[in-house]
Design a protein. Structure first.
Length: 254
């Protein structure tokens, strides 16, 4: 089986694959400092809890946007799972031709999402990842990574609102009953939710307009992406496991 690990700014998400089938997933917080032993024992205990053995895992692949986690994580996997992980980095085989001026500047998570969206849903495709940052990336029909847009993630933008304004409370991010809000909490929810719907639809429309491509599939993943995708016709597909599937596909290309 394959351990696919996505190290994001907020969470570390792990998927276990039996060939092409995603067997299970689990998450742990990225922001907590852990030793290699803590990572290794966590993975070993999780496998044991679910009736699996360390020897069942034959490969590990990692995509990370948090460099300071990697030494302990990598060491823990080697020490406890007895596997040298494959790291998604410049030069790895992906099947995607990154045509931006500085390909090495492209985050591993964006590359992995692009691989999954293109391989599973075809191109041209706009893949949106609603994570700590929200990214909109365009992959052309020939598999070329053409361009991307980056904006603050929904939770990050919301946090800035109540952190920067002393009298505004921390709120649950959800769709309010109406945009015609009557109190502080629902007015904030309306601004965040409907504002983000508007941003998403506008960016998609402008990307289609400036690329000259109308027949582009739009695929979303990550965090609050399900909430957004359910409330706009601009997004065609929401796939919560897109990044993990991209890691599996990249592993299979090695």
């Amino acid at each position: 089986m394959l351990f696919a690990i996505d190290v994001g700014n907020t969470n570390i998400t792990v998927g276990i694959f039996d060939k092409a089938e995603l067997i299970d997933t689990f998450r742990m917080t990225t922001g907590i400092s852990r030793t290699s032993d803590e990572y290794g024992m966590y993975f070993a205990d999780w496998l044991n809890l679910h009736g699996m053995k360390i020897s069942d895992i034959h490969a590990v692949i990692i995509a990370s946007v948090v460099p300071n986690v990697m030494h302990s994580l990598n060491s823990g996997i080697i020490k406890y799972l007895h596997i040298q992980p494959i790291i998604v980095a410049p030069g790895i085989k992906t099947g995607i031709n990154v045509t931006i001026p500085n390909p090495r500047a492209l985050g591993a998570d964006r590359l992995v999402d692009a691989v999954a969206a293109y391989e599973i849903y075809g191109g041209p495709v706009i893949v949106i990842d609603f994570g700590t940052a929200t990214t909109h990336d365009l992959v052309l029909a020939d598999g070329s990574f053409n361009s991307g847009v980056t904006s603050p993630g929904i939770r990050l933008a919301a946090s800035a609102l109540w952190t920067g304004a002393a009298k505004l409370p921390e709120i649950e991010i959800r769709k309010p009953d109406s945009i015609l809000a009557k109190d502080t909490v629902t007015s904030m929810q309306a601004g965040i939710f409907f504002g983000y719907i508007g941003q998403t639809e506008y960016i998609i429309r402008k990307m289609k307009e400036e690329s000259g491509l109308d027949n582009i599939k739009v695929v979303a993943t990550g965090g609050l992406g399900k909430l957004i995708s359910e409330n706009t016709e601009a997004i065609d597909v929401y796939d919560s496991n897109l990044t993990l599937q991209g890691l599996r596909l990249i592993y299979e290309k090695q």
